[in-house]
Design a protein around this ligand. Structure first.
Ligand code: NAD
Length: 270
């Protein structure tokens, strides 16, 4: 049975909602799943000890530490402490290096970029030779999705440009993209007129722009917006992901896929 532990430090509302989504899916799939909540003021040493316990636990195949961590904890140290074979988030330097090398080396692709690739490929959008523009260069989205799509491999082999805060003429780069992946965390950054007609637009941004009362539960919930104005952009784009409901669910799906992979690998099946 695949085993997944999600470790949450503190109670940042966005992080709580992310780990809840991951745990709910793991339960639905009948995984052995654990939610490990730790207080905001946990020491780095204590968190390292907890990770080490899960590293040794044969029932656990995947360990996910929900980011961001409080400032007094060194995020890199924590990610480096996860056994690379249980690193289902794909953030350990060994897995980042394997992704960079490509081919069979790549064991766990980070979940958000892996989900983005699946969304594109399964929508029938040609990737080989396509002009891909990625807006954002973070270690969790921008850099890995660029690396995945430039590999000489099926569902990749694209010409990739990474744009960021120092990019001159962001609009010009976006306009020539056959596949535009936006992961900046700036609501409405990409204007509809920057989109090439028929392009595939992947909006990774999740921006909390206010609060509203949920019609379903009567509780206060966040109003979420992407980095692209969906209603205007959908008239121009050939394909576009909504926020919420596009990249987010795929991120969870790929986490589950990585956990199954880890469990099979531990059982010597793959
Ligand atoms: P980040 O803040 O680490 O990185 C943002 C990147 O965007 C930076 O590299 C920066 O250079 C670039 N950027 C910011 N403003 C820009 C501008 N005006 N012009 C050009 N480039 C600009 O963010 P991140 O962790 O990569 O996340 C990006 C967004 O994606 C956030 O809204 C985050 O919530 C969302 N996200 C969603 C998922 C999901 O599963 N749906 C997963 C991860 C992140």
């Amino acid at each position: 049975m695949p085993g997944l532990v999600t470790i949450l430090v503190g109670n940042n509302p966005a992080s709580v909602s992310y780990v809840t989504g991951k745990q709910n899916t793991a339960h639905e799939l009948n995984f052995y799943s654990l939610q490990d909540n730790q207080p905001e003021d946990i020491t780095e040493q204590k968190l390292l000890e907890i990770i080490n316990t899960y590293n040794k636990d044969p029932k656990i195949h995947g360990i996910l530490v929900q980011l961001p961590l409080p400032r007094h904890i060194d995020e890199k140290k924590i990610l480096n402490a996860i056994d690379p074979d249980k690193d289902v988030d794909g953030f350990h330097p060994i897995n980042v290096g394997r992704l960079m090398i490509g081919g069979k080396e790549a064991k766990y692709l980070p979940c958000t970029p892996a989900g983005i690739q699946q969304l594109i490929v399964r929508s029938g959008v040609p990737v080989e030779g396509a002009e891909v523009v990625v807006v954002g260069r973070s270690n969790i989205v921008g850099k890995p999705i660029a690396n995945i799509l430039l590999q000489k491999a099926p569902g990749a082999n694209a010409t990739v440009t990474i744009a960021h805060t120092a990019t001159k003429d962001l609009a010009g780069h976006c306009r020539r993209a056959d596949i535009l992946i936006v992961a900046a965390g700036v609501p409405g950054l990409v204007k509809p007129e920057w989109i090439k007609p028929g392009a595939c637009v992947i909006d990774v941004g999740v921006n909390r722009v206010g609060e509203k009362i949920s019609e379903k539960t009567g509780k206060k919930i966040a109003i979420l917006r992407g980095d692209v104005d969906f209603d205007a952009a959908k008239e121009i784009a050939g394909f576009i992901t909504p926020v919420p409901g596009g990249v987010g669910p795929m991120t969870i799906t790929m986490l589950m896929a990585n956990t199954v992979k880890a469990a099979k690998s531990a059982a010597g099946i793959e």
